[in-house]
Each structure stands twice: as structure tokens, then as C-alpha cells.
Design a protein around this ligand. Structure first.
Ligand SMILES: [Zn+2]
Length: 487
């Protein structure tokens, strides 16, 4: 979704100069520490700031004080005198950030140093901007999720939920507007408009109105609006919550200019996993009767986000991503299976996720360091996988057991970690690491057609077992239903 920025104005009244320490300038977290945007500090002081995204230094000038900031330095100069902050000044995506401690330690001296002729510091009104960072919309089978990300928490009020549209007032978020066409069968468009000092988010329905369930998330501040589809009348008999499994998306990792891991004799992960994925697809389609969709069927690049978008669009029931592993220690071997969690099982799991997420850097030709931010966002904002976590862990266990039982290979276990590629999936989703290409012995085996076939059969057998259990649960749910049948 497009990231559009605009600024609203929120008036914060500061009762005295000393209340600076308690000033409610919005903070952002960087390297685990709270930071404040330098331009916000300048705006609240109503003073001049010289800073460009590319410059090494920035200057904040009040009537009689100049503060000099140097990027990546913890030391700032106040009229030439060094003052140490508890963390370095940073420039992130062109935005100058100062540690929050700067507001408590240095800003009061700037205010106190105001000339005697200036109005007494009884009431200083400072304008603090609340910035709209992004409005993201994603469609899932039973609901549509609208996420409004802002630089600081914005109170909201649901004003009306009529037959045509729902309105959500975002208090203090003014100026600016945007329209996103959605057309997912539930929502026609999402409009953000100005309404006095506030923002008004209008959710326009295509047909019958959905019901809105709001939640707020912090860090970054987000208002999440889940719009549920109106209950569809039961048209088929015996259709309870568990429908039959119909479609699976198989995702061969990497591709194109992203080779993934490379073995000592040159085996590339992208080639290996494409071959194995195709073999799994053939078996599933021919013998399990499920529809299969591949995120790529040849050697080309697909972004991590697109991989799950394909699955969501196709309303797939399962998402299985197939990868091969790498480790600095070449003796490391074995298979492991992952499902998504923002908390990694352990350091090793976190490293595997970091390695697989690293491709995000290749998605941005400019090579700017925005990847880190995006990864965290993608995992956090959706939280879609949290709804499927139990089912994902079940799928992970069944497929993993099948692999470890039929392949003579070390069992590294079922683990959790923050994989970007799994973050957007609106269905049970797992990621398989079928072996270490960096281990010479494993690499040799992974090159053999016969062994690849064995892996594919093991994955397939796991899916067969999963489907069997799924169907059984479906029957159990449907059987004792004295529900009135509707034709
Ligand atoms: Zn990989």
C-alpha cells in the first residue's frame, strides 16, 4: 500500500518550562532506545532547525543558543560546549533522531535561557505534529483489515455504522486526504478526509455493511480495524466451520538474483528448493486431489510479500514455504520446521529467520537500510498469523515428523521465529528447512535426484496425514448437527 505522509496538528499545552521533562513528544524506538524526531523538538520550541537528510551535522538555533548535532555521535555542542547524551544521534531514512534524554537534559536549558523580555514561561503552547505514517488494507477470506499507523497514538471514535459506510473519527489527525480503492467484495474504498481538526476515515461498503472491531497496538502506534463480512447464509448442507481442504500454495524460496544459500561445490538453494517444490506439487495434485498453486515455477524473483499475497488472493487453505539452510559451521546438519512467532525459539532460530529475511534488502534496488523496519512492520502489523498459530504448529509438527521419520537425517525440531514470508499469510503457514547446503555431506545428497524425491515424498506424506486429521475434524464438527437444512 502506498505510504502517504501528512501532518496533523495536536496542541500540547506546557504549563511551565520545567514540564519539558514530561513533554509528550512522540518517541520512536531505535536500537531499543526511545528517540524523538529533531524537527518535532524544533517545532515545539518554535525555533529554527538546519538539517538535511544528507548532512553530517544539524543545528538547532534558539534566540541565543545554538545546539550542534553530529550524526552517530552521542556528544552534542551547546554554544560550543560539549554535552554527552546517553545514545548517539541517528539519521534514519533521512529523519534526524535525538535520544529522548535530550529533551529532559538540554531542552530545559534552552527554554530557561530565553531572554528576560520574552513572555514568562507560564503557558507555552507548542505544536506537536501527529504524522500519518501509513494506511494499509489487506483482504482476508472472512474479514478485511485496515491499519492506520501514526507517529503517536491517536484517540478514535466510531461515529456511525450505516448500511453504506462506517465512519471512524481520528481525533487530532488533520490535514490531508487519501482514497484507496479496495473492491474485495466487502469494501469498495477506504477514504481518509479532513473533518475540522480531526481525520475522518470512511469505510465504504460494496454491498451489505460489515461489522468493525477496533484494536490499538503500540510501537509503532496503530489503530487496527477488522471489518468482518456479514454472515453469509448457509447455502450448502453440513457446511460447518471446517470446510474441506481445497488448495495449497507451495512456495519455493528465493529465485532470480536471489540465490539463497550456496553449498561448497556450488549447489544453490533456489535451484534445489524449486526442484523439490515441483516434486511435492506433482504428488499433491495427482494423489491428494488438492489444487496446488506455486508462487514461482521457474528461476525468477518474487518478493516475500507477493508470495503470501498470491496465497491470500487464491484463498488457499495452507501455505508451505520450502527452503534449505546454511551455517558457518559446515558440520551443522538436519531438518527443521518453522511457524511464525515474533519471539524466536532461540538464538539459532532467530539467525535462520534473519538469513531468510535478508532477501528484503534485495527487493530494494536503492539498497537503503529500510529492510529492518519493514520486516518488523510486516510481522507486527498483520498479526494475521496469530489467528492461525495453533493450526500452523499442528501442520508444522505433522510435516516435520514425516520428514524426520522417513529421511535418515538429524532432527533439529519444530521451532518458531519471525519469518517475513509467513507474516502475511491468512491461513496456516509453515517454513521447511530441508537440509544444510553448507554441509558437504548433505550437499552431496541434496544434489541427488533420488534424495530430492525422498524429501518430496516425506513432505507429501506429512500433508496426507494433515489432511486426514483435518477431514476427521470436519466430519466430527458436521455430524451431530440437527441444524435446519437450507437448500
Ligand atoms: Zn532460504
Amino acid at each position: 500500500m502506498s505510504a502517504r505522509r501528512f501532518a496533523g496538528t495536536l496542541i500540547v499545552v506546557l504549563l511551565s518550562a520545567t514540564s519539558w521533562a514530561g513533554t509528550r513528544l512522540p518517541t520512536v524506538t531505535h536500537d531499543g532506545r526511545p528517540y524523538v524526531e529533531l524537527r518535532r523538538v524544533a517545532a515545539s520550541l518554535q525555533t529554527k532547525l538546519d538539517a538535511t537528510p544528507a548532512s553530517t551535522r544539524a543545528h538547532l538555533r534558539t534566540r541565543d543558543t545554538t545546539v550542534t548535532f553530529t550524526r552517530n555521535w552521542s556528544q552534542v555542542l551547546v554554544n560550543g560546549k560539549p554535552v554527552m547524551l546517553d545514545a548517539p544521534v541517528r539519521v534514519k531514512q533521512g529523519v534526524w533522531l535525538v535520544p529522548e534524554s535530550f529533551v529532559g537534559r538540554v531542552v530545559p536549558t534552552l527554554v530557561a535561557g530565553a531572554p528576560a523580555g520574552a513572555p514568562p514561561a507560564r503557558t507555552v503552547a507548542a505544536a506537536v505534529e501527529v504524522t500519518l505514517e501509513d494506511v494499509r488494507v489487506r483482504s482476508y477470506p472472512s474479514f478485511t483489515r485496515i491499519v492506520v499507523e501514526t507517529s503517536a497514538a491517536v484517540p478514535h471514535r466510531i461515529e456511525s455504522s450505516g448500511p453504506r459506510e462506517a465512519r471512524v473519527r481520528l481525533l487530532g489527525l488533520g490535514n490531508g486526504a487519501q482514497v484507496q480503492g479496495i473492491h474485495d467484495g466487502l469494501i469498495a474504498e477506504v477514504r481518509l478526509e479532513r473533518a475540522g481538526a480531526d481525520g475522518l476515515l470512511r469505510v465504504v461498503f460494496e454491498g451489505a455493511a460489515g461489522t468493525i472491531r477496533p484494536t490499538t497496538l503500540a510501537d509503532p502506534p496503530r489503530l487496527v480495524l477488522d471489518v468482518a463480512r456479514p454472515a453469509e447464509p448457509t447455502t450448502r448442507e453440513g457446511r460447518e466451520q471446517i470446510g474441506p481442504l481445497k488448495m495449497i500454495v507451495l512456495d519455493a524460496g528465493h529465485g532470480g538474483h536471489d540465490s539463497g544459500a550456496t553449498g561448497p561445490t556450488g549447489l544453490m538453494e533456489k535451484d534445489l528448493v524449486l526442484d523439490v517444490t515441483r516434486r511435492v506439487a506433482k504428488l499433491v495434485e495427482a494423489q491428494l486431489g488438492l489444487k496446488v498453486r506455486l508462487t514461482r515455477d521457474a528461476d525468477y524473483f518474487v518478493t516475500l510479500r507477493d508470495r503470501t499475497s498470491i496465497a491470500n488472493r487464491e484463498r488457499a487453505d495452507l501455505f508451505v514455504s520450502i527452503h534449505a539452510n546454511a551455517h558457518r559451521e559446515t558440520a551443522t546438519d538436519g531438518v527443521e520446521t518453522y511457524f511464525l512467532s515474533s519471539e524466536a525459539t532461540d538464538g539459532a532460530a532467530r539467525q535462520v529467520a534473519a538469513l531468510e529475511n535478508g532477501v528484503v534488502q534485495l527487493e530494494q534496488p536503492t539498497g537503503r537500510a529500510a529492510g529492518q523496519v519493514d520486516i518488523v512492520k510486516a510481522i507486527l502489523w498483520d498479526l494475521a498469523q496469530s489467528e492461525f498459530q495453533t493450526e500452523s504448529s499442528r501442520l508444522a509438527e505433522v510435516v516435520h515428523d514425516s520428514m524426520t521419520q522417513s529421511l535418515r537425517i538429524s532432527n533439529r525440531g519444530v521451532k518458531q521465529a519471525g519469518f517475513y514470508v509467513l507474516g502475511g499469510a491468512a491461513m496456516p503457514a509453515i517454513l521447511l528447512e530441508i537440509g544444510f547446503v553448507t554441509n558437504p555431506k548433505e550437499e552431496r545428497r541434496l544434489k541427488e535426484t533420488k534424495y530430492r524425491d525422498e524429501i518430496a515424498r516425506a513432505i507429501y506424506a506429512g500433508l496426507v496425514e494433515y489432511k486426514r486429521a483435518w477431514d476427521q475434524r470436519g466430519r466430527a464438527a458436521a455430524e451431530p448437527s440437527p441444524v435446519t437444512r437450507v437448500r
